[in-house]
Design a protein around this ligand. Structure first.
Ligand code: SF4
Length: 407
């Protein structure tokens, strides 16, 4: 992500369309996923796992696995290799240094091929839990890094480049043991805060999408089950992908799923390869019924002509379709778009229409980040006004939706 693509990469591939994004995962595909036994909504357990469905394979069809030897030999690594028996396995010294995979050269077609056909297995060497205080109290060490989706504004690939495939960390037992110790050291949460009134909240998906990770391994399931046993803590992850296999887990209210939503017309342009927004909203009731807490991320909010009307329509739609039970426990984070100059340059090569919406020098200010690249965000006054507008819209059209924080 640090380097703009070479001039040769600036050809114009076909612009991504709804076929690339929203239409990838139709409701028909969702219905092929498993339903929970005894669920009035879904009927008895039928059919194979969603992760073996055509929809899941369109997102992820692994043909090549780059693996650190220790990761490949670990129990989780062996399970993943067994799950993709036809994949070519390539030894690598470090999951961080695979130059032929990481980087920005090429175009969307190449990135999508790498994201959907290549996996990396590694071991997470440094286990650290960091304080956060906004979305969660703590950021847990990730059990994966990278994403099979390709949102135009995504910050996740900044270190490895836009073509980065998913790296799965196989030392899940160590990660869970680390979390158990960290949670034990905290004791009970002394007082409520906006993250949660009683539980310490741990974000388990800072650089990955846990719903997609669950197509590959049991890492997400193991975390959900671990948090179900920890009475003082709660897991939390944001997602743009509806994976019905997660409905088979037993989170007992200790995992918060945050479905990210934005007006569908923005999402069709920006959220490449994700589940359609309508589907994310429609899934909320099933996830609540399965024992998850369900929140929403109103993010990113992109300022463009007519944005207020389309966010109003989205909030009205949520108010119309979400059942009372979801509304009673829902809360939201509101996050205004941040962007990045290098990402802007890169996107111009493959998706200039997205940049018409994302890159607004008339509204944005730049700030140099720690790694030396230039991040941009809406100017303080414009941002404050827009945040206030979103708060007002939520209060008017979805008054049940408590805004946990907005920035
Ligand atoms: S779903 Fe999240 S992690 Fe994946 S590309 Fe989109 S913004 Fe990035």
């Amino acid at each position: 992500m640090d380097q703009p693509p070479p001039a040769g990469a600036r050809r114009s591939p076909p612009e991504p369309s709804a076929d690339d994004a929203g239409a990838l995962f139709g409701l028909e595909d969702l219905r092929t996923g498993p339903a929970r036994a005894g669920s009035a909504r879904s009927g008895p357990l039928v059919g194979p796992s969603f992760r073996d469905s055509p929809a899941a394979r369109r997102l992820l069809s692994v043909r090549e696995i780059h693996a650190e030897p220790a990761a490949a030999a670990s129990p989780r690594g062996r399970q993943i290799l067994a799950r993709f028996p036809d994949a070519r396995v390539i030894d690598v010294e470090s999951h961080w240094r695979i130059p032929e995979l990481h980087g920005n050269e090429g175009n969307l077609e190449r990135w999508v091929r790498i994201k959907s056909e290549v996996l990396v297995l590694g071991e997470k060497k440094t286990l650290a839990t960091r304080p956060n205080g906004r979305s969660a109290d703590w950021i847990a060490p990730g059990v994966a890094n990278g994403c099979a989706m390709a949102c135009a504004y995504c910050y996740v690939p900044r270190r490895k480049g836009y073509a980065n495939p998913i790296t799965v960390f196989t030392n899940i037992e160590q990660i869970i043991a680390h979390l158990g110790r960290h949670i034990a050291r905290q004791g009970r949460k002394p007082e409520p805060n906006q993250c949660d009134p009683t539980a310490w909240v741990y974000d388990i998906g800072e650089n990955n999408d846990c719903s997609v990770d669950a197509l590959i391994s049991e890492n997400t399931a193991d975390l959900v089950q671990a948090f179900a046993r920890w009475p003082t803590a709660k897991a939390s992850f944001a997602t743009k992908f509806v994976n019905p296999d997660l409905l088979l887990l037993d989170p007992r209210g200790r995992t918060r799923v945050r479905f990210s939503v934005m007006p569908p017309q923005d999402s069709r342009l920006l959220d490449i390869r994700t589940s359609p927004v309508e589907q994310r909203i429609a899934a909320a009731a099933d996830f609540l019924e399965a024992g998850y807490e369900v929140h929403f991320n109103l993010s990113p909010v992109v300022i463009r002509p007519g944005w207020e009307q389309d966010w109003t329509a989205l909030l009205r739609h949520m108010d119309d379709v979400l059942p009372r039970a979801v509304k009673d426990q829902a809360a939201a984070e509101v996050i205004m778009l941040t962007h990045n100059r290098d990402l802007h340059e890169l996107n111009l090569a493959w998706h200039p229409r997205a940049e018409d919406m994302l890159w607004r020098p008339d509204l944005q200010q730049a700030k140099r980040s720690e790694n030396g690249s230039w991040n941009v965000r809406y100017r303080n006054r414009d941002k404050a006004e827009a945040v206030e507008t979103v708060r007002r819209m939520v209060a008017s059209y979805a008054p049940w939706l408590r805004v946990r924080y907005a920035f």
